[in-house]
Design a protein around this ligand. Structure first.
Ligand code: GAR
Length: 191
């Protein structure tokens, strides 16, 4: 059977992208078709070079146009589109072209700490500010509203008073790296 094709979107460091690429490197049933980024200087591009994975930068105009990135995406024939640290809202025409094929990872236990402006360290700062006893990750389908699509998977980690924004971020990344590739694999291989 032809390998299942993943297209990854990222805006920054890309540690999750790297983890996903490495996880599937020696698995013939899944292939990374392309990594797409909206930041021309994102660290994820360096990681892709090192990992010999195709990557492409696109600008906001191409993202918004119905004959821009959408055509590129259709040509890539993805079985799953994975947002791994991607910070732009996905336009409706792309969501509609790939129903139930776009998933996102969010660094909190949705529905808490979701929505516009809630990303990366902003989330962890809010968790600390509110003296939460636990936080976690949410992997969910992407729909037209930020962080509101159906939840696929969650995992939790404890927050202690000594935690800083940086240590919470570290705990979250550890959870993401442990679970995200496996959840993607399950989505791609479960009939
Ligand atoms: C991850 O923690 C991811 O959950 C978060 O950005 C980080 C990217 O890290 N995404 C969001 O906040 C989306 N709202 P990475 O670039 O090292 O993978």
């Amino acid at each position: 059977m032809a390998p299942k094709r993943i297209v990854l979107f990222a805006s920054g460091s890309g540690s999750n992208v790297e983890r996903i690429i490495r996880y599937f490197q020696d698995k013939p049933n899944v292939t990374i078709a392309m990594v797409l980024t909206n930041k021309s200087d994102a660290k994820v591009l360096e990681r892709c070079k090192t990992l010999k994975t195709s990557a492409l930068y696109f600008n906001r105009t191409a993202f918004a146009r119905t004959d821009g990135l959408l055509d590129v995406l259709k040509g890539l024939r993805p079985d799953l589109i994975v947002l791994a640290g991607f910070l732009l809202k996905v336009p409706e025409h792309i969501i509609q072209a790939f129903p139930n094929k776009i998933v996102n990872i969010h660094p909190a236990l949705l529905p808490k700490y979701g929505g516009k402006g809630m990303y990366g360290d902003h989330v962890h700062a809010a968790v600390k500010e509110n003296d939460e006893k636990e936080t976690g990750i949410t992997i969910h389908y992407v729909n037209e509203n930020y962080d509101e699509g159906a939840i696929i998977f969650q995992a939790t980690t404890a927050v202690v008073p000594e935690d800083t924004v940086a240590s919470i971020a570290q705990k979250i990344h550890r959870l993401e790296h442990a679970h995200f590739p496996k959840v993607i694999e399950t989505l791609l291989t479960t009939p």
